[in-house]
Design a protein around this ligand. Sequence first.
Ligand code: FUL
Length: 479
Amino acid sequence: MKTSHAIVALLLAALAHTSCTAPEPPAPYGPVPTADQLAWQRMEYYMFVHFGPNTFTDVEWGDGKEDPKVFNPTAVDCRQWAATAKAAGMAGIVLTVKHHDGFCLWPSKLSTHTVRESGWKDGKGDLLRELADACREYDLKLGVYLSPWDQNHPSYGTDEYNKVFAGMLDEVLGGYGSVFEQWFDGANGEGPDGKKQIYDWPMFHETVYRHQPNAVIFSDVGPGCRWMGNERGVAGETNWSTLNIAGFEPGLGAPPSRVLNTGEQGGEAWVPAETDVSIRPGWFYSPSTDSRVKSAEQLMEIYYTSVGRNSNLLLNVPPDRTGRINAADSTALMSFRQAREAAFANNLAAGALTLTNSLRGREFSAKNITDGDPDTYWAAKDEALSAELEIDLGAEQTFNRLLLSEHIPLGQRVSGVTVECRKENGEWEPVTEATTIGYKRILRFDEVTARHIRISLTALACPTLSNVAVYRAPEVSQM
Ligand code: FUL
């Protein structure tokens, strides 16, 4: 073979080699979400429902000595709850099937303090059944809250109670279809006669997974998702989905709430945050709070400090004494939905041109961040612990929100973000900065007008981004 032919052949071989060997995706960094945690995270926003004797006695914590007959809603309508949740844009409903007073919203065989002993439907009702049916009809996921702390059950404070509680889990999780989330409340005071209970968490978890292998278990320390540390709706500005959980327990044995608020960089387990907050001042309905339902503006603020900070939002909407969601609450929910839709109606970066200083390869190119597909992503080269991306909006645009998402199946990696815009003279001007991103981060800043945006990242391992979106959100008060 002539030398020139040999060179051409070599070049062709090299070309064939480079175009055939697709670059590998980055190795996962630290703990990563399970498929169930990922599906849960993508639900983002769902309803909490506190309902029970407290609805009728106007207290937040009943002591379990209430006459079960006080529970007597006149017109329970779980289909109305489901229709409201659906219209509000929620993905599911989590019901308090047993709160700290021990009253069971299903006719448990293991208690004498249930809907069966109540005045509702002459003791023949099953609220969990009605809600499970309504959720199925409205294509919503069902979750259940069962308080381990029980001030009514006579066996509370003995080993026997752990078996009773596991038996209650059997009834609830084995008899009503699929459950996406099991909510374990960490609150633990004294049961009857000042008794304390040592909970058998391994048995409770085993029972949940036996019936519902895909459920995400909520508690202060997961294992599926964690309490975010306050009930005001404010997740940490820095919010890692990773946490050290070994040696901790829900309730008194939990890490401090400031740790739960931010998660822990380098934490050993993937335990993402869930923000639980009530649309009213209390968790249960009270006529005294009818005029104190949170406004769309307040709910938007909570949305930004929960979903906008890498947390799911579990918004409590307590039915009133008729057993329906009150008009004050549903009106606020619909205005909140409108405000969200107005804020995120028009992604100015959809399909925008992108540039990066860290090209891993075609499959991981920067255009994946503006293609609207949550499963495609840009990834930097392995050695890059910092990288830049530029977005060209095609023309000058005015905006005040930037939404960022990491490709979390490979772990949470970004620890710092700086956002700049290019001025007319070509210089870059700072707009805002942040620490963590995670599944979703929404940055808010005063309106800026620009065509080019630069995002600089620092990370614990080569960063990934699956989505960048840019919006001009109107002031909610002016809508
Ligand atoms: C707390 C409980 O004590 C409240 O009553 C409410 O259920 C809230 C969601 O969790 O720990």
